[in-house]
Design a protein around this ligand. Sequence first.
Ligand SMILES: C[S@@+](CC[C@H](N)C(=O)[O-])C[C@H]1O[C@@H](n2cnc3c(N)ncnc32)[C@H](O)[C@@H]1O
Length: 395
Amino acid sequence: MPLPPPRISKSRRPSSPSPTTSPVANGNHFMAELPAPVNKDVDFANYFCTYAHLYYQKVMLTDPVRMEAYYNAVFKNPYHFRNKVVLDVGTGTGILAIWCAQAGAKKVYAVEATKMSDHARDLVKANNVDDVVEVIEGSMEDVLLPEKVDVIISEWMGHFLLRESMFDSVICARDRWLKPGGVMYPSHARMWIGPIRSGLCEQKWNEFENAMSDWHCFANNMESQYGVNMNVLTKPYLEENEKYYLKTSLWNNINPSQVIGTSAVIKEIDCLTATVDEIRELHVKFSLRIKQDRTRLSGFAGWFDVHFRGSTQNPAKNEVVLTTAPSEDNPTHWGQQAFLLHPSVRVNEGDELAVSFLMVRSKHNHRLMDVEFTSELQQSSGQRHLPVFSKFYIE
Ligand SMILES: C[S@@+](CC[C@H](N)C(=O)[O-])C[C@H]1O[C@@H](n2cnc3c(N)ncnc32)[C@H](O)[C@@H]1O
């Protein structure tokens, strides 16, 4: 299988039909409405099934940036774990739970929704921590623990942080099971956006044009060979391909030199206090300054970092940061999400971009995101361009 794979499997097209929330698309704009209840069976089939494969768990276990960050967070702050009760939300193979036990935890509840729990149980036993770690198969939202916990640890971050919406489950676990004064690992998260140049703009446009010229050949052939005129389907086919090639954000490991200006933090999350309402819809305005001369703005890249700081009452003595920012030496399996503009825009050093950004959950699947950028370029000469509106899907 090709590497690196997506963080979780996604149906490529059409997008997965799992209506779990109900924002409505109104003209060009996504508008959030109250979320509909999640259909658990559909969610399991679309989302959890991927994590039931050791192949995907191994992708995460072989990301050194991710592994080092969690390992250091636990073992450089062992007093947060020694003789403590810990909850690992979404234990996967059990790796974080095993580390917590090795760091001296008195009890670790390791909750996993999928059958990966069987492998986790085996791994826990094989590493002689089965007297401390209890693997529980079930959805975090349904699991009943016999006691409250001192620490919640979880690796819940999806592409561009919030894809997968797994943080909802961590919030649910925190509100039910964390003792007052308890600690979250990680404790904080931030989302970033930066302006980029990328050859992918042209590549995706060419792929889109090829797909359409292939369609026209196919339609001509259908008419001449089988006597059926396909033209009524040309527009829907174009829209489907526009979405796939031009409006779907791309997983990409961007080189830092491709970031052509300043980056902005668009969201900061305190894991101890965040609510689902706070992350369900993000609407942010920010500005970016171009720092390279005579280049092209191909679009925007989004990434995140998380911090292991402990809590105000109980701070980590050794703070650890896990970043997925563009990096030549330390790329991660999350990469960055590229949102490409068609066409790209000529920009110069000193130009300013005023950006309005909106992200809501997809109406088809609450674990995927719909994104809008409205960007207004002001050249260093003072000349202002008309705002450019672009809509994207994080699938
Ligand atoms: C990103 S993986 C992390 C696995 C492991 N903790 C690690 O760090 O290698 C997230 C895991 O959480 C599980 N998961 C996600 N949401 C869950 C929920 N609500 N209840 C239980 N498990 C969940 C997934 O099945 C998956 O195995």
